[in-house]
Ligand binder design. Structure first.
Ligand code: SF4
Length: 323
């Protein structure tokens, strides 16, 4: 068996539900209850959330063989562009956890495949890349030392040292997730994104999402206007339009300027790409961070002209307010 996000199951025609925007990646989860204890995560050791939740998405079990058939068919039809398998840190053997990757790559060798896991050894990364994964995601999540150490109860220095080692050993194959809204400053996120860019590490930006049964269940999500500034900053850095050192911040770490005029900013952000889901190519994560009724933090599809205008206006207005 393997767990699939509800949207993935619907897209693969393995579950009967309708998703307003279908995922462009097949999201899967291998392994049961996690041994780590991240304070924001529903899969954490001490969380009392439903075991079938990750972020605000449910992940029911499906037979592996049937899933592999459906993935192959969906990829051939152009309905998915990638597979992403979240490997939960658990006692299951590497052999068992590798089975879905092996079966999918045997069946569709050309399909791009990401593994997201809390690996701490280069050997684990090498193993999954050798099986055919093209990206291994090592989630940083917290963007500053106090936030990271409080949220994950792990060493910030060790996490960065491993990210560095992995990016040197496997250039172009390492990515990370960064969550906005865990108590860090905007400056921390911007500087972490720049550090990743300099190391050749891909970055996927997430908005913190409170989940019932976790210690952060009552913590609010980050303000949308702040998230828009961070998306803009990430886009400028990752696409080499600017470096973090050019940006300005106020004394409390709010991003107050991008080191360029409004007109230039409007031109660069005018295609709306900065506000779409970021991360591996082909990953759109619909409704990971918000209900379909909310304005998306990460748009899982191209934005309309009106949405682009609002998002860009929020970036520009937001930086004026805080300057
Ligand atoms: S960016 Fe998307 S595809 Fe890549 S590891 Fe993260 S969730 Fe998976």
């Amino acid at each position: 068996m393997i767990r699939l996000s509800t949207g993935t199951a619907a897209l693969l025609k393995m579950a009967n539900c309708i998703s307003k925007v279908p995922p462009t990646t097949a999201y899967m989860m291998a392994g049961q209850k996690c041994e780590n204890n991240c304070r924001f995560c529903s899969q954490a050791r001490d969380s009392s959330s439903k075991a079938s939740l990750l972020s605000r998405v449910t992940w029911p079990d499906f037979p592996l063989e049937e899933t592999v058939d459906a993935v192959a068919a969906a990829y051939k039809k152009g309905n998915i562009r990638r597979v992403c398998i979240q490997i939960v840190s658990c006692r299951e053997s590497r052999g068992n956890l590798s089975r879905p990757v092996k079966m999918i790559k045997d069946r569709v060798p050309e399909i791009p495949l990401s593994i997201s896991a809390a690996f701490t050894s280069l050997e684990d990364i090498r193993h999954f890349l050798d099986l055919g994964a093209d990206v291994v995601n090592l989630s940083l999540d917290g963007a500053s030392r106090p936030v990271f150490e409080n949220m994950k109860q792990k060493s910030w220095d060790r996490a960065w040292s491993f990210l560095k080692k992995a990016s040197h050993e496997f250039p172009g194959h390492i990515s990370t997730h960064i969550i906005a809204g865990l108590g860090e400053r905007e400056r921390d996120i911007v500087e972490s994104v720049q550090k990743c860019k300099d190391l050749g590490i891909g970055t996927g930006l997430f908005a913190f999402t409170p989940i019932k049964g976790t210690p952060l269940e009552s913590t609010p999500q980050p303000p949308l206007v702040s998230y828009r500034r961070l998306q803009a900053a990430r886009y400028l850095i990752m696409n080499r339009y600017a470096r973090a050192e050019q940006f300005s911040f106020n004394t409390t770490g709010f991003l107050t300027g991008f080191g360029m005029g409004s007109l230039e900013l409007i031109e660069i952000l005018g295609n709306g790409k900065a506000f779409e889901t970021s991360g591996c190519q082909g990953c759109n994560r619909p409704y990971y961070n918000e209900s379909p009724r909310q304005i998306p933090y990460n748009y899982p599809r191209p934005l309309t002209r009106e949405e682009i205008e609002k998002a860009v206006a929020a970036v520009i207005e937001g930086t004026r307010v805080f300057s």
